[in-house]
Design a protein around this ligand. Structure first.
Ligand SMILES: C[S@@+](CC[C@H](N)C(=O)[O-])C[C@H]1O[C@@H](n2cnc3c(N)ncnc32)[C@H](O)[C@@H]1O
Length: 365
């Protein structure tokens, strides 16, 4: 099945949902807010239109979906108060792939509207919110309609597994792995980098048609701060999961060939490669780029736990994100065993790495 139909975070609000297991992503969001604030100061000081259009790309469902929208509207309203101007109204597009749990998002909107009214005071204009199902690697909005684009923890997802790895005739094999690793052949590393370049360039090209001149984009996603394509801070957790898969192969629960043909459509680009792609595509000026780091045990939400509990929390977080893709390739039967083994492997090791992300602020030329 196509990745677009398969990839979705675990929906709903249950214990295993993405909504309940996205603390690390909340950390990245919080850490990127100073860049968002700075990007909006100039915009909000210039001639704001009566209606401001915001797009949140890869919105998912849960506490992070409207996090940035809340900040953006509050920053603009505050700036308008300082300048003695009435606030604009807001049109908000929430985008994600079609299989996203938009229903949970829509159900949360009445409460959200009420909170926004309380937070921003009686002058606050109505906010019009719509869902936009589709891939942000395609055109999804009409021409020159967006003032502000925001996206977090989403652009590290590629539009597809690099085709070189899924070529039926002559595939490049990433033996026993599901993502880049120290043992990955150079052809695999190159294929992932090329896929990122193609995707990010398409993303910029399509947004350039949709964002007004001087419009802002603030994008935060997982990235590398080193040119080494396989540092432990990018690969360690994927290596643990790969090892859990290999154990299931050894137990005869999945076929080796099935594992060799599973690859995750995910890439953490090096910051210099992001800059290079922005320059090459040419429609946006790179205003700011900052590295954001989450601690090894960030999934614990600031609590200190022993490694076994951290391992369980990490398993829940990784499962909430990857389950739809793993299930579609291997079937649902292996899921509990796979993640139980992942927990054991992680808990038995002592390594710790930081989780690295980047936040990029761009201005449409
Ligand atoms: C890890 S979640 C991040 C959700 C939320 N922004 C946050 O910060 O917690 C990544 C989201 O990106 C979405 N996504 C991935 N590729 C996408 C694409 N090509 N177009 C639109 N959404 C995409 C996924 O479906 C998922 O909901």
């Amino acid at each position: 099945m196509e990745r677009q139909q398969v990839l979705h975070m675990k929906g709903g609000v249950g214990e295993e949902s993405y909504a309940k297991n996205s603390v690390i992503q909340t950390t990245y969001l919080s850490k990127s807010m100073s860049v968002l604030w700075q990007a909006l100061q100039d915009l909000a000081s210039s001639n704001l239109p009566e209606s401001v259009t915001i797009a949140e790309l890869g919105c998912s469902s849960g506490p992070n979906t409207l996090f940035a929208v809340t900040e953006i509207t509050s920053i603009i309203c505050k700036r308008c108060r300082e300048l003695g101007r009435p606030p604009p109204d807001f049109l908000v597009y929430l985008n994600d792939l079609p299989a996203n749990d938009f229903n949970t998002v829509f159900r949360s909107l009445p409460d959200f509207h009420q909170k926004m009214q309380e937070k921003n005071g009686p002058e606050f204009q109505p906010m019009y919110i719509c869902g936009v199902p589709g891939s942000f690697y395609d055109r999804i909005f009409s021409s020159k309609c967006l003032h502000i684009v925001h996206s977090s923890s989403s652009l590290h997802w590629l539009s597809q597994v690099p085709p070189e790895l899924s070529d039926k005739e002559n595939p490049v094999i990433n033996k026993g792995k599901i993502f880049l690793s120290k043992t990955s052949p150079p052809a695999v590393i190159k294929a992932y980098k090329t896929q990122f370049q193609r995707d990010f360039s398409s993303f910029l090209k399509f947004r350039s048609a949709e964002v007004i001149p001087e419009g802002r984009m603030v994008l935060s996603f997982r990235a590398r701060r080193t040119p080494d394509p396989t540092p432990e801070e990018s690969c360690l957790l994927w290596d643990y999961l790969g090892e859990a898969f290999q154990d299931l192969v050894a137990q005869g629960l999945i076929e080796e060939e099935k594992l060799d043909t599973y690859n995750t459509p995910y890439h953490e680009p090096y910051t210099e490669d992001i800059k290079a792609e922005v320059e090459r595509e040419g429609s946006f000026t790179l205003d700011r780029m900052e590295i954001n780091v989450a601690p090894w045990d960030g999934v614990n939400g600031g609590n200190k736990y022993e490694r076994a509990t951290t391992a369980e929390n990490m398993a829940k977080a990784i499962r909430a994100v990857n389950e739809s893709m793993i299930e579609s390739h291997f079937g649902p039967e292996i899921m509990d065993r796979l993640f139980q083994r992942f927990i054991e492997i992680l808990a038995a090791d002592t390594k710790e790495v930081e989780h690295v992300g980047v936040v990029v602020s761009l201005i449409r030329k």
